[in-house]
Design a protein around this ligand. Structure first.
Ligand SMILES: C[S@@+](CC[C@H](N)C(=O)[O-])C[C@H]1O[C@@H](n2cnc3c(N)ncnc32)[C@H](O)[C@@H]1O
Length: 271
């Protein structure tokens, strides 16, 4: 996972890591966190190390290795702060969700044309699920016409933010719930439309199977945006499952691809 410049972390306390949730901590070894900087920062912040180890026990071996590679670090306050910032900068996407959801909500790339979503799904009167709903970029578009939208979001601070935003805007058809794309918290054949933006692709097969399980026969799957504008593994996977696709512009972040597919077949043979 590459570094995303989503917030200025220069004044952020290293204790912000204590706000991260277990499912966020699970990603840490996959991020490009500079290991020496992490070792320096953790040595100076033992409570953060304790939290990481106790919240997510399987991080133990990764943390042990990071520390073993960088033994005996005794450093100045300035050096420690540089290390803390280097670590924080490499997780600014996860941190912005727990520290300042409103900052994520103002990022330029969210200003893509909502018509891109409406073009591929008729929400009128439908039951919709938005996976990885975040601050509601897709949820709020669907809720204009849908009967009900279930916004599934694993990060509690984002759920709170989205609930408040939906209430402030007067929506009574948005239900914000905890859950994961790879374990959707609804029974089979539940929704007419299942969608997600910037969330599909960590475990394509498992995520796709879950969406297929929960969508009604004849329903629709929509990923908007579902991918960068490139023929990578995610693209090949989706095309091999008969998704249609096209590209559109995300302001400040270039072309992205959206994918959509009408699900055919009976309950047992959906595909
Ligand atoms: C880049 S944001 C996109 C948010 C929103 N869909 C949008 O387009 O603005 C990714 C979102 O997916 C959530 N997320 C990350 N991993 C997830 C998972 N395994 N299942 C469901 N949501 C996940 C994050 O918490 C975050 O809110």
């Amino acid at each position: 996972m590459g570094k995303l410049d989503w917030m200025d972390v220069s004044d952020l306390s290293f204790n912000a890591l204590l706000l991260l949730e277990k499912m966020q901590l699970d990603y840490l070894p996959k991020m490009e966190i500079p290991r020496k900087e992490l070792a320096v920062a953790l040595k100076a912040n033992p409570a953060v190390e304790w939290y990481l180890r106790h919240k997510t026990a399987w991080l133990d071996s990764w943390l042990d290795a990071v520390k073993e590679e960088n033994p005996g670090l005794t450093l100045s306050r300035e050096r420690i702060r540089r290390a803390e910032i280097a670590v924080l900068e490499n997780m600014s996407d996860w941190l912005v969700y727990v520290v300042a959801p409103e900052m994520y909500d103002r990022l330029d790339f969210l200003n893509w044309d909502s018509q891109e979503l409406r073009e591929v799904a008729d929400f009128q009167g439908r039951r919709v699920i938005d996976l990885g709903a975040g601050t509601g970029r897709l949820t709020l578009v669907a809720a204009e016409e849908a009967a009900e939208v279930f916004a599934v979001e694993p990060v509690a601070s984002l759920r709170e933010y989205l609930k408040e935003k939906a209430e402030e805007r007067g929506y009574s058809n948005i239900y914000v719930v905890d859950g994961l794309i790879e374990a959707i918290p609804f029974p089979g054949n539940f929704a007419d439309i299942i969608m997600g933006g910037h969330v599909f692709g960590e475990c394509c097969l498992q995520e796709y199977r879950e969406m297929l399980r929960v969508v009604k026969p004849g329903g629709k799957l929509v990923l908007c945006p579902g991918n960068n504008d490139c023929d990578n593994e995610v693209h090949d996977f989706l095309v091999s499952r008969s998704f249609q696709w096209s590209s559109f512009l995300e302001p400040g972040d270039g072309l992205k691809r959206k994918y959509w597919k009408k699900v055919t077949g009976s309950t047992l043979e959906k595909g």
